[in-house]
Design a protein around this ligand. Structure first.
Ligand code: BV8
Length: 243
């Protein structure tokens, strides 16, 4: 059984739907997840490199990691899971996609009503002016890259130990508090504060549906834990509710 009847009815009658995604939604596009076997680069784990301290100590090494990820990401395309979520925007009166991913694949799939909690690997920020600009240069011609003003650029990404953008996390908390249904797709629910969003939704009375290839710490708390690939399950859910 895919969705329970309750889950199907909850989605069909939903006025306000939130989708929270993590690295698992991009796995079928070929993007290594953080905590799966693909999460290593030169034997470093993401948590060791995605920190202000690592960047301070060795900006070249951290930028080489991002440049490697950008080269890997450049040819990759959104998958069926991203595309269903992009279509869901028009399906429900109120909708918000909250993603932890920085790969830009949701935007490529057409998602617009979206909050990127952890930034975007295709944006850079000037350390002096604080200006955020797009940067699609692959590979980077200079590592670390610098701004026209001469100052060093950093990835416009939220590192461990850094606060999330205030507006983004407030919008996410509000959406979690107000939604009728939350779909939690492809996240290990390890990283805070994103991992608290499904709990907030459940406490607000939303019907929370998890889609993951394995159990997670919230699987026993959500209303429905659907085990399988997002690229298989999301199109199934779309078919089921559009019948
Ligand atoms: C914060 C950008 C307030 C980087 C990321 C000590 C000091 C400071 C903070 C902390 C601390 N101890 C704990 C914290 C909080 C910390 C935290 O949560 N740490 C964890 C590791 C315990 N959080 C923070 O630091 C956050 N900021 O708290 O600010 C503050 C400030 C100062 C001091 C104190 C507090 C900032 C967190 C943001 C970090 N940046 N990304 C980059 O990408 O380069 S997080 C990183 O993890 C990614 O964004 C990723 O999205 C995110 C979560 O991982 P997942 O997306 O869930 O990916 P994962 O690989 O884990 O799981 C994939 C899942 O998919 C699996 O479940 C798998 O089964 C499933 N799957 C696989 N294939 C499929 C699938 N599912 C469906 N279909 C498939 N085909």
């Amino acid at each position: 059984m895919l969705l329970t009847i309750t889950g199907k009815d909850a989605l069909i009658s939903a006025k306000n739907v939130v989708v929270l995604t993590g690295a698992g939604i991009s796995a079928e596009s070929g993007v290594p997840t953080f905590r799966g076997e693909g999460g290593l680069w030169r034997n470093f784990r993401a948590e060791e490199l995605a920190t202000p301290e690592a960047f301070e100590a060795n900006p070249k090494l951290v930028w080489e990691w991002y440049d490697w990820r950008r080269q890997l990401l450049k040819p990759l395309k959104p998958n069926k899971g991203h595309e269903v979520i992009a279509r869901f925007e028009k399906r429900f009166p109120e909708f918000l996609l909250i993603t932890q991913n920085v790969d830009g694949l949701h935007e490529k799939a057409g998602s617009k009503k979206m909050v990127e909690l952890h930034g975007n690997i295709w944006k850079v920020k000037c350390l002096k002016e604080g200006k955020v600009t797009d940067n699609f240069e692959v590979p980077l011609s200079r590592i670390p890259p610098s701004c026209e003003c001469g100052a060093m650029l950093r990835p416009h990404i939220v590192w461990f130990g850094e606060s999330l953008p205030y507006d983004a996390i407030q919008q996410a908390y509000r959406a979690a508090n107000e939604c009728d249904v939350m779909l939690v797709v492809g996240t290990s629910t390890v990283v805070q504060p994103a991992a608290s969003l499904p709990i907030i939704a459940k406490e607000n009375g939303a019907h929370v549906i998890e889609v993951n290839t394995e159990e997670t710490p919230i699987s026993s708390i959500v209303n429905e834990s659907l085990i399988g690939k997002a690229g298989d399950i999301l199109p199934e859910i779309e078919r089921l509710i559009d019948l």
